[in-house]
Design a protein around this ligand. Sequence first.
Ligand SMILES: [Zn+2]
Length: 231
Amino acid sequence: MPKTQTCYWCGAPADSREHVPPRSLFPTAGDTPDGRDYRSQLVTVPSCYQHNGAKSSDDEYLLCVIANSILGNGVGQDHAKTKVIRAMLKSAGLADRMLNGVLQVDVEDTSTGERAPTLALKINARRVAASIEHIARGLYFSEYQHPWPGKVQIVIEFLVVINDSDAAQRNSTYEDLRQHADALFADSPRRGQTPEVFFYQVHVENGSPQIMRLTFYGGTRALAIFIEDQR
Ligand SMILES: [Zn+2]
């Protein structure tokens, strides 16, 4: 009998495995222009029913948000045009959530100074953060072979605040944070078999992981901050 596996999040007996990040983020051969399959050597961790993100619709929502991010590379954009469109056509609820509150905005390419119109999606940040917490805890478990015992705070780096009275101030706080994270992780090794889709970096202090940076499609990022429980 194999040893009973325990959940990557809570340590309860596991009854399934969870992909971290979700498998749906990785394009299959039929959806890539060059026929490349990105679904090889994906990380999986044992999971109980409650902590398997694939059993909720959160993973699908995360996929739509991340693949549509303007910060991502061509792999993400191709994925948005294929898999994501199919998911939205299949689920009216998902399409509603994605398109509700869409705004047309101008974005400036800071390297060329060119401005172009695009669409801004209104994001349920709490829901996106919940999915990213699954990924961060799963990756922690896959590295250390035990669940992270404390809290995990997720910071979504790719949000822009629009139409809020304090938008300018909040966006400048986000920008500061991105610059700090860029500096902190500049020389940190990138882990992940297909970095065009996903890689992560871990900032370790005193032998203990403090912050993980997750990068989707080359440029859409989030931070996971590991916070020890106060006793
Ligand atoms: Zn669990």
